[in-house]
Design a protein around this ligand. Structure first.
Ligand SMILES: Cc1cc2nc3c(=O)[nH]c(=O)nc-3n(C[C@H](O)[C@H](O)[C@H](O)COP(=O)(O)OP(=O)(O)OC[C@H]3O[C@@H](n4cnc5c(N)ncnc54)[C@H](O)[C@@H]3O)c2cc1C
Length: 441
């Protein structure tokens, strides 16, 4: 294990911390681990993988086995991108994928990530058969049968149960590397919700909302749905002869942190206006490659730099179905009133809650908003926290950099159950992060 001292941060560029980074190379390295937190590719937005010592896992990226029925065994530092590059041309894809492929298997498990298909297929945990976890004392095998409590606590456990050394995952069989995509433009919130609900059968769905629209246009947006194309679907097209092609898309890079004046409410307004106007008709249907469908943001590498050197936060919450319409409307009204403009406002529909203690999804709607850090923002987000709590919702720890301990302890996570598991396996003596200290976890 080699080490480096550096100032590190995750995707939101906030907070930044001086850290001793220990780069994990093989299983023997566990003997050198003291108080620390595991870190993958740093694609969580806040401080969940930041601490004075981090165990950097992304160079520990190996495939250990693959069986004919699509069960992949790999180390915790392997990225989703590496899995797609190797397996999609062989007819296998990720059963659940977040909106970036630059995430490690360890990070996907620790956050229990969701994709555009939570309403149909659940979270990442559903496809994890087992993993090996270093809990500070030894490497333990965890599955639904063995050490079940530790297995479940690790999904959404934000690295606090230990280090995921390796995992067995069931991949999804696909016939082609194309998605049949449909886009519908909704002129207000009511229309958008009804489009969502009438598309529940579609495997993938996601909506972008113009969060600066007001009055009758409040909540206007574009719903994008899709499902994997079969070979038959490609018949008669130029894609038919090579249905499992690996598409590598060009990446544009943001070379510097943008100065403050570039990202102002006028530029966000313009972006939202252009995005909303983009579909040339009310509905657009057609074939789409994996990358633009699942990972549109990966097209611009280091896009987080547009928020400047002070950084930004992503505010993502879920509201249970019964109160979601009302609470979302109130939150959107508050955002457009206060003018805290968000480039990206992404709405998804969740299915049933996953097993476990700190998993984020629950049946209802989730909205993710990006906010540049400016004076007054954190007070404003505190106000939104209260609306989310009152509506029976909760915030996503993978995106969090600022939630208060009191908000966290009032939210409907099974915090006591989680802490009992940490105590039972002594994980709390070894693993801590800036986030766990802030939230008293
Ligand atoms: C553009 C973008 C889009 C995104 N879209 C989505 C989305 O649609 N859905 C979604 O759910 N998330 C989404 N995310 C969030 C991202 O998927 C999660 O934050 C994920 O956990 C990041 O993984 P990572 O490998 O970068 O880990 P890090 O960010 O480094 O760490 C995240 C957490 O995982 C823990 N961890 C990492 N590796 C290990 C390990 N080997 N063992 C134990 N714990 C470990 C860390 O301690 C930390 O608590 C998005 C992020 C970005 C930047």
């Amino acid at each position: 294990m080699y080490s480096r001292k550096a100032k590190i941060k995750n995707w939101g560029n906030y907070p930044k911390v001086n850290s001793n980074q220990l780069f994990f190379e093989n299983e023997k390295d566990v003997s050198k681990i003291n108080l620390s937190i595991a870190r993958g590719l740093g694609r969580s937005y806040g401080d969940s993988s930041l601490f004075s010592t981090t165990i950097e896992m992304s160079k520990y990226n190996y495939i250990q086995s693959f069986s004919e029925d699509g069960v992949l065994e790999c180390t915790g530092g392997l990225s989703l991108e590496e899995i797609i590059n190797i397996f999609s041309i062989r007819g296998w894809f990720l059963p659940v994928t977040p909106g970036t492929k630059y995430v490690t298997i360890g990070g996907a498990i620790a956050s229990n990530v969701h994709g555009k298909n939570h309403h149909t297929d659940g979270s990442f945990s559903k496809y994890v058969l087992s993993f090996h976890l270093f809990n500070g004392n030894s490497i333990i095998e965890c599955s639904r049968q063995e050490n079940r409590d530790l297995f479940l606590a690790t999904f959404g456990g934000m690295g606090l149960t230990g280090i995921i050394i390796s995992a067995k995952i069931q991949l999804l069989s696909i016939e082609t590397s194309y998605i049949i995509q449909d886009q519908k433009r909704a002129s207000n919130f009511e229309e958008l919700m009804s489009y969502f609900e009438s598309s529940e059968e579609e495997k993938y769905s996601v909506a972008w909302i113009d969060c600066l629209a007001i009055g009758n246009e409040l909540g206007r947006g574009v719903l994008i749905t899709g499902h994997h194309a079969t070979r038959d679907d490609l018949y008669g097209t130029t894609f038919f002869d090579n249905p499992l092609k690996l598409h590598t898309s060009l990446q544009v890079k943001i070379p510097i942190d943008f100065p403050d004046f570039i990202l102002c409410s006028e530029s966000v307004y313009l972006f939202n206006y252009l995005y909303y106007s983009k579909p040339s008709s009310e509905t657009i249907k057609g074939f789409c490659k994996f990358d633009p469908f699942f990972y549109p943001l990966d097209f611009v590498s280091e896009w987080n730099r547009i928020y400047g050197s002070t950084g930004f936060v992503q505010y993502q919450f879920v509201i249970p179905m019964k109160s979601s319409r009302e609470a979302l409307r109130v939150i959107l009204e508050k955002i457009s009133d206060k003018g805290f403009a968000s480039f990206l406002a992404v709405l998804k529909l969740f299915g049933e809650e996953d097993e476990g203690f700190l998993s984020f999804p629950m049946r209802g709607y989730t909205l993710a908003l990006d906010f540049k850090i400016v004076e007054g923002l954190f007070d404003f987000l505190e106000e939104l926290d209260q609306i989310v709590l009152k509506a029976g919702g909760r915030l996503y720890l993978a995106k969090d950099a600022r939630m208060s301990k009191s908000t966290f302890h009032k939210s409907c996570y099974d915090i006591n159950g989680f802490q009992e598991v940490l105590k039972k396996y002594n994980c709390g003596d070894y693993f801590k992060s800036l986030q766990s200290e802030r939230l008293g976890l």
